[in-house]
Design a protein. Structure first.
Length: 154
């Protein structure tokens, strides 16, 4: 039986390096590359096996970057049951313990958000989307450009 297929796991959440988290994202994330920076990273462990990571950084949206808001810029697992919820829950507690007043993240509309709801987050509605490409600064879109849903933990 593979991870997430009814196997009982004993998950622990630990700090990890940005390098370890970004390598895991590069290998496992469905539609995003690792983010450029970050404030801290967490690892979900099933015994000695790394089964997921969360990377928390400054908000990508400049309007939210008030010094008191952080963003889960990546949450990525190998499918291990409850790993996403455990990472989102611990990221929320860690950010609040560090003095942040709000933590945000985004999902695609087709993603259900069960892990976020299970970790005490709430959907605050539609947010952005679109391309980062502009005539003054050309960029190639490598991630989905449709609208997103913003989730918040306060």
């Amino acid at each position: 039986m593979g991870a997430g297929a009814g196997v009982t796991v004993s998950l622990t959440i630990r700090p990890c390096t940005q390098r370890q988290a970004k390598a895991f994202v590069a290998q496992h994330h469905r539609h995003h590359a690792p983010p450029q920076g970050g404030l801290f990273a967490l690892a979900a462990m099933d015994g000695d096996r790394l089964c997921g990571v969360a990377i928390v950084g400054r908000p990508v949206a400049r309007g939210l970057d008030d010094g008191l808001t952080a963003e889960v810029t990546r949450c990525c697992t190998d499918g291990t049951r409850n790993a996403c919820s455990a990472l989102y829950g611990r990221a929320r507690r860690a950010a609040l313990a560090l003095g942040y007043r709000r933590l945000v993240t985004y999902t695609l509309p087709e993603e259900g958000g069960a892990s976020l709801r299970g970790a005490g987050w709430r959907c605050t509605g539609a947010a952005g989307g679109g391309s980062w490409d502009t005539p003054s600064r050309r960029r190639r879109d490598t991630a989905p450009t449709q609208g997103k849903l913003r989730w918040e933990a306060a």
